[in-house]
Write a protein that binds this ligand. Structure first.
Ligand code: AMP
Length: 407
């Protein structure tokens, strides 16, 4: 049986209205679809592009009914959307990726166990069911190690770095102080990686998988700073990374756009850090550098269309604009200097409030050679560090409460 194709004019629902939801909505509108955005934050950027906006909490059952009556298919832009809501919607509409995928991925413990069960490489980890188990977990995993909340962490939030066993008491106290019912954590060995990579995998309805070329990522303070496309790994090693990414996504067995993040060590070992069941920040370069962007692929898969081409047309370097850095490139000489650079593509997300650690936009530099794109990106990063006042979200070791979305 061939899946039903949604034609232009159909209403596509997206749960979550941050920049990923907004970029999805932009791609959908370009193809003639209307978009219904559900995000409790009225200021969430995607609402500005929505034909229908829903701003009640995700647990509001009356809104759930209205949303369901409005849309013909549903996707999400964030893995912390309630899986129960997706399950309920899935009884009425296609939800891509599926609610069962969301359930696995939104819990780090489930995700890691899932990957392990499918013989996919992950860093050694231990599950912590109560803060008292932390010292035992440190003994088992060694240090340095990262303790992460199983649920609701992102961009390095909800994480504690444990440098030596002496840190256990302090971190354990912080875990106790912030514990909610049923909460658990994962303790992961810190991987001494040489590089971080990610691979976007598009999983079609007909069992077809297509991957964009692997890219190199650099993070600062747990937040993506720079993506370089394509990776500088050898073609053979890059093919191996892509194969592992497809294996991981095919194990999930659902149509959708996925991003698989990897650590690569100097001796050639690969570990999967995590999988995102949606377009990813490290795939933003596809908006300008690939024939079809990751967001158009999300629309295509949701509508039952063939997967688009995943070809990199030019080399690219993407720099995130974080917190008040955005001011440095949108005002005065910083703005005209940036706009004068050949191949510089500025994307601003339209967020009303600037906050430390908040992703406000990004710049992609396009060039024939990756080295030229990288050089321009490094120039921008230098400008940002010189011009911005305080861009970062603080140190990892302190308690990091997960912030509400889109604030
Ligand atoms: P996460 O929120 O888990 O994706 O982590 C954000 C970033 O923190 C990663 O991209 C890495 O730079 C770093 N990180 C997370 N887990 C580890 C680990 N086990 N070993 C080394 N670095 C890590």
């Amino acid at each position: 049986m061939t899946a039903q194709i949604l034609e232009p004019g159909a209403v596509l629902g997206v749960l979550g209205g941050g920049q990923l939801g907004a970029l999805f909505a932009g791609a959908a509108r370009r193809l003639g679809y209307r978009v219904a955005v559900w995000d409790p934050d009225r200021d969430a950027p995607a609402h500005q592009l929505a034909a229908y906006s829903f701003t009640a909490p995700f647990l509001d059952v009356e809104t759930r009914e209205r949303f369901s009556h409005t849309v013909q298919a549903v996707t999400y832009e964030w893995e912390n959307i309630p899986a129960d809501l997706c399950e309920w919607l899935e009884l009425r509409h296609p939800v891509r990726p599926s609610a069962s995928v969301l359930r696995i991925i939104q819990d780090r413990v489930q995700q890691k166990r899932f990957l392990e069960t499918h013989n996919l490489p992950v860093a050694p980890f231990a599950v912590i069911e109560s803060p008292d188990q932390l010292p035992h977990a440190i003994q088992a995993i060694g240090n340095p190690a990262l303790c992460k909340t199983a649920r609701a962490g992102y961009d390095g939030k909800g994480q504690w770095l444990i440098q030596d066993p002496g840190d256990a008491d302090q971190v354990s106290r912080e875990l106790h102080a912030g514990t909610r019912d049923g909460q658990r954590w994962i303790l992961e060995q810190v991987v001494a990686f040489e590089r971080e990579l990610s691979v976007l995998v598009v999983s079609g309805l007909n069992g077809e998988y297509r991957t964009y070329p692997p890219v190199d990522n650099r993070h600062e303070h747990g937040i993506l700073r720079l993506t370089l496309a394509p990776t500088s790994l050898s073609a053979e090693a890059a093919a191996h990374v892509s194969n592992l990414a497809v294996q991981a996504v095919s194990a999930l067995n659902s149509p959708g756009v996925f991003c698989v993040e990897f650590f690569h060590t100097a001796d050639g070992q690969l570990f999967i850090n995590e999988i995102a069941p949606r377009p990813h920040n490290s795939g933003h370069y596809t908006l300008d550098a690939a024939t079809v962007s990751q967001f158009e692929q999300q629309v295509r898969v949701l509508c039952g269309l063939p997967i688009g081409e995943v070809k990199l047309v030019r080399a690219a370097a993407m720099v995130n604009l974080i917190g008040d850095e955005v001011g440095a490139v949108t005002a005065g000489s910083g703005y005209s200097d940036l706009m004068a650079i050949p191949g510089a593509q500025l994307h601003l997300y339209g967020k009303r409030t600037i906050k430390a650690g908040r992703k406000m936009g990004h710049v992609t530099f396009l060039a024939e050679e990756r080295s030229a794109a990288e050089e321009r990106a490094l120039w921008l990063m230098k400008q940002l560090s010189e011009r911005s006042v305080s861009a970062h979200a603080g140190e990892r070791v302190s308690v990091k409460k997960t912030e509400p979305r889109n604030v």
